[in-house]
Design a protein. Structure first.
Length: 243
């Protein structure tokens, strides 16, 4: 039985960009099991290990490796991450580099399911995702204040690979977030708010998100209690740091 028929996988995530380009979602190297899977499929399709792979066959090989990828996403990896340009043929080594790049941009949970191992518990998975979100947040928390500018949120999510947030349809969504942040914390968001908004964007399809946002965004009361007595002082200090 082909491996393709054995495991149902989550949808492939896009590569990260910008300031997050070098921050992979999981370990960068292929595991022995992953490398073996790739080598087995290559050997089935090519008898000569020094054979040249036609670029048009890449999607076929990836599909045999249980990685269903769109043309747009494949080009994103090839052009943006690997800078192959207009090459029409690649070597086995270059294909393995692409395979490694795709897998390293997937979650640890994806990697475990992919090799057909016992997945993490939900608690472990939630902690992994939270740890990753903290790493991302820290990259953009330039002042180490525990806050990021709400106006940077769209750029951050785009750097995380969710380029669809740049579509015009999302303008009202981010405008509402910015207004909410301006009235509660001088245009900044804390980590709890970042995670909640990130989850809403990432966990749903774009068309499922209420872009009109007639409802109010919930406020992180733990964060506000820590600052409310000195709110205006905190706002002033944050704005000074931002400058």
């Amino acid at each position: 039985m082909d491996y393709l028929k054995m495991v149902h996988l989550p949808k492939l995530l896009p590569p990260r960009k910008g300031r997050l380009a070098n921050m992979k979602r999981s370990h960068e190297e292929l595991t022995p099991s992953e490398a073996q899977l790739a080598q087995e499929q290559l050997n089935k399709m090519y008898s000569d290990k020094d054979a040249i792979i036609d670029k048009q066959d890449i999607k076929i090989i990836l599909l045999r490796l249980n990685l269903k990828i769109s043309d747009a996403l494949l080009n994103d990896y090839i052009l943006t991450q690997l800078a192959w340009g207009e090459k029409s043929e690649i070597t086995f080594e270059e294909f393995l580099g692409l395979f490694q790049e795709i897998l390293s941009n997937q979650t640890p949970y994806f990697r475990l399911v992919y090799t057909d191992k016992q997945p993490f518990s939900e608690a472990d998975l939630a902690q992994l995702n939270l740890d990753d979100a903290k790493r991302v947040f820290s990259i953009y928390d330039d002042t180490r204040s525990g806050l990021i500018a709400a106006d940077d949120l769209k750029m951050i999510l785009s750097d995380m690979g969710f380029g669809y947030v740049l579509a015009p349809d999302f303008s009202s969504y981010f405008s509402h977030i910015s207004k909410h942040a301006e009235t509660t914390m001088c245009g900044f968001l804390n980590f709890d708010e970042f995670v909640r908004i990130h989850n809403e964007i990432v966990d749903k399809r774009p068309e499922q998100i209420n872009l009109t946002l007639n409802h109010s965004l919930p406020v992180s009361y733990t964060h506000l209690r820590a600052h409310e007595t000195l709110r205006y002082l905190v706002c002033r200090l944050l704005l000074e740091k931002k400058k």
